[in-house]
Design a protein around this ligand. Structure first.
Ligand code: GLN
Ligand code: ZN
Length: 776
């Protein structure tokens, strides 16, 4: 490394392996195909190659302990002995079997697609939820009021020594104690886990002492909750924790890392802590730079998170150098580090693997490996070695200028259409009450109409046919014939069991976002750009790089075919703009709201085409609307405004007779019920089967007028619910809603289930609705 470089840090590197080695090793191990030793060996190789890569790319603060078999929050729970007694652990080293039981349950195939529970019937897994506003899911630690903690794993020390043996001095990454407790959930009772801080701190102290003994000089303690709205008590917890840790282990320097937002009201409290360094996210919150620079003491290292750990665009290095140079000049090279904004866990590993991407697009992107090089160039440029990296910086500037003026990015007709969206394109022609009358005459449905959410089981035959088709082993015609056969069988079966509103089953779809992205202009797809979603499940998010438009109808053909098979209404089935946006890497050259509006217009055209083809009901799924909520409460309104508006844009082009449905994979609408109402879908289906319908109270209090299908069948479990159970749930719903509002449906799509489960469950569901009608 050059003498004149500022230290550069990556806060964590993807753990899954360039070729998804970790996934294959884990799944091989779980299914008994490979022994534990082979899994451990794969993991060791992945760590070694990550460390060497980062060293070779010029990273000076190389993380260790960022590796995890499943999840770093779970690792922390296991490290501090927060292991619920049902897992049968009795002290001593925590075996891998206990670790995986906490991750996946002791039997069964792990959590289903959009749910948070475990499939099998053995020991349940810990609950799973989203890591802040990312698509990464962590296992929620569970603590009891009498919780004792103990240092039950040496993993951070072991990995530090493992790297040391390779000649690499690392900065261990550990989830901080305040964030750990804040994310934990109270088992039984309503106490606040943060109250356990004084019991937890000695374990952290012990760990840090052992790291010092192993030779560590710096440690990275991640405290992302510092970007949330905190109470005075929570801010105080930071002070308690970091005073204790720095006092107990004075020889170790702590880099306290915050990311995914601005410190805002927490800045003063955080900057006052006796830690040796503070890291801030300047990609999510560039505006905090000046305040932070003032607040952080001269004896502290200020770590500037300027390379985006959450997105895949090449950074404008010249602009960054200009922006940061004055601060470097004031603080000196000893007082600064240049870093990724967050761990690089959230971006794919290496752009070089993408041989199929458009060359221009590729020149605008940077994945984790490329981001390491960006950091190193910045370190040199800001450290005074500008001349050495001048040509690299210039090349970046050229690519960025090319992107800005590329005709691949800009589509004049989309741009002009966006500016002409009038208010009439943002709302339905008539109010819901009027539409409801017209619709109930146009579509004759019984009380408590039955339907499903869209997908039917994606069986191994369906998946095999898809992959055979994509490999060329099945011709288009053969594949099409197969899909028609599946669809027809699904329609026939739904008619046979007496569902009122049918779906085509989504057999032709690989994924609810990818299916649409592949047919829209402005989207690109990668071959290898996997990102961990949870455990061994990885996703390959689409890249929205340009103005979005729809060259031709995307779903009309399949809808027409299915409707031609039956006299019952078949719902048109679409994914909504907010969900498509939230599950993609989004361009950073226009606001997210505008990218969303473009998608909304494309979906609007599809909705209108479905109506023109004769569809009486069109469902627009917004599975990910709620998860896009900003981390800070003050930003919610802005987000909900444009998210709701986008939904209204896509759904308001149809006449009063056409019934618009939407579906959401959750039911906690308490704080956003007005936004849900403002979407004004004629029917909304939600996930309620596990919450005893209590979550419908939000709708009741709000006097939500439109129709609602509260899920009565928990699709995350293979269990077949009885008629009686579903009737009980429906009677709970009837206590909260009017009968004319209620639809009967499962919690979510059925693609992850087996037909053997789905068939009896839906037969029971139809019977539950019929019994209710008879009683009525
Ligand atoms: N229509 C989709 C399906 O049934 C909806 C899934 C979802 O919202 N997660 O699969
Ligand atoms: Zn769902």
């Amino acid at each position: 490394m050059s003498q004149n470089s500022i230290p550069v840090a990556s806060l964590g590197f993807p753990r899954i392996g360039l070729h998804r080695e970790l996934k294959f090793a884990l799944e091989g191990f779980w299914s008994g195909k490979i022994p534990e030793s082979e899994l451990l060996e794969t993991a060791r190789k992945l760590r070694a190659s990550n460390w060497l890569l980062q060293r070779d790319r010029g990273i000076s603060r190389i993380p260790s302990n960022d590796f995890s078999f499943y999840d770093h929050v779970l690792d922390t729970a296991v490290m501090v002995g927060a292991i619920p007694s049902i897992y049968g652990w009795r002290g001593g080293d925590v075996p891998l079997s206990t670790y995986f039981a906490m991750a996946r349950g002791s039997e069964g195939d792990g959590p289903a697609d959009c749910g948070h529970t475990h499939d099998g019937q053995g020991m349940p897994a810990l609950e799973m939820t989203k890591w802040f506003d990312t698509n990464y899911h962590f296992m929620v630690p569970e603590v009891s009021e009498e919780q004792d903690f103990a240092l039950t794993s040496q993993k951070p020390v072991d990995h530090f020594l493992e790297a040391k043996a390779l000649g690499i001095h690392t900065r261990p990454v550990i989830l901080g104690p305040v964030t750990f407790l804040k994310l934990a959930k109270a088992r039984h009772g309503t106490f606040k886990p943060l109250g356990l801080l004084s019991k937890l701190l000695p374990v952290y102290e012990e760990l840090l002492r052992r790291l010092v003994a192993a030779g560590a000089d710096w440690v990275q303690l991640d405290e992302p909750i510092a970007v949330l709205d905190l109470t005075e008590g929570e801010r105080h917890a930071f002070s308690v924790a970091y005073k204790a840790l720095t006092k107990a282990v004075p020889d170790l320097k702590i880099m306290l890392t915050t990311y995914f937002g601005a410190l805002a009201d927490n800045l003063t409290a955080l900057a006052d802590l006796p830690v040796a360094g503070l890291h801030v996210d300047l990609t999510r919150a560039p505006g905090q730079l000046d305040d932070v620079a003032k607040a952080v003491r001269k004896d502290q290292v200020l770590s500037l998170g300027i390379i985006d750990g959450r997105n895949i665009w090449r950074a404008d290095l010249a602009a960054i150098v200009d922006k940061l140079a004055p601060i470097v000049a004031v603080r000196g090279a000893d007082g600064i580090e240049i870093a990724s904004s967050s761990s690089l866990l959230h971006v794919p590993i290496d752009l070089e693997l993408e041989t199929g991407l458009d060359a221009d697009l590729k020149s605008w992107l940077a994945f984790a490996t490329q981001k390491l090089s960006e950091l190193s160039v910045l370190g040199k440029a800001l450290g005074g070695d500008k001349a050495v990296v001048a040509s690299e910086i210039e090349a970046v500037s050229k690519a960025i200028a090319a992107r800005a003026s590329s005709s691949k990015v800009t589509n004049a007709s989309v741009q002009s259409r966006i500016t002409t969206i009038g208010n009439d394109q943002k709302k339905r022609a008539s109010a819901f009450a009027d539409r409801q009358k017209i619709q109930s005459e146009a579509i004759k449905l019984p009380l408590f109409p039955t339907t499903t959410i869209g997908s039917f089981p994606q069986t191994s035959e369906v998946r095999k046919a898809r992959s055979a088709h994509s490999k060329g082993a099945l011709t288009d015609a053969q594949y099409e014939a197969f899909l028609r056969q599946e669809t027809e069988a699904a329609i026939r079966w739904q008619e046979e069991i007496g569902l009122d509103v049918l779906v085509h089953g989504e057999f032709e779809r690989n994924d609810m976002v990818q299916f649409f992205g592949e047919q829209l202009c402005g989207f690109a797809f990668t071959q290898h750009a996997w990102v961990q979603s949870y455990g061994s499940r990885y996703v390959r998010p689409p890249i929205i790089f340009g103005d979005v438009s729809r060259p031709k109808p995307m779903t009309v053909r399949w809808w027409e075919y299915s409707q031609s098979l039956t006299d019952k209404p078949v719902k048109g089935m679409l994914t909504g703009p907010v969900t498509i946006l939230n599950w993609s890497f989004v361009r950073d050259d226009i606001p997210r709201s505008e990218a969303c509006r473009q998608i909304a217009l494309a979906i609007r055209d599809e909705v209108n085409d479905l109506e023109a083809a004769g569809a009486k009901m069109i469902q627009i799924d917004e599975a990910a609307l709620r998860e896009g909520l900003p981390l800070k409460h003050k930003d919610w309104k802005h987000y909900l405004d444009w998210a709701v508006e986008s939904f209204r844009i896509c759904s308001s082009g149809v006449g009063d007779r056409t019934q618009v449905h939407t579906h959401m994979c959750y039911s906690e609408f308490n704080q956003i019920i007005d936004a849900i109402a403002a979407m004004d879908a004629d029917v909304i289906s939600i996930e309620t089967s596990r919450s005893k319908m209590e979550l419908l109270d939000a709708f009741r209090h709000f006097k939500y007028p439109n129709e609602i299908g509260p899920g009565v069948y928990d699709i995350h479990s293979p269990r077949v619910p009885e008629v009686k159970e579903m009737m009980d749930l429906l009677s709970l719903a009837r206590q909260r809603l009017q009968d004319r509002q209620i639809w009967v449906n499962p919690d979510c799509g059925l693609k992850t289930r087996k037909w053997e489960e789905v068939k009896p469950a839906l037969v029971n569901m139809v019977e539950a609705a019929r019994s209710l009608r008879r009683e009525h």
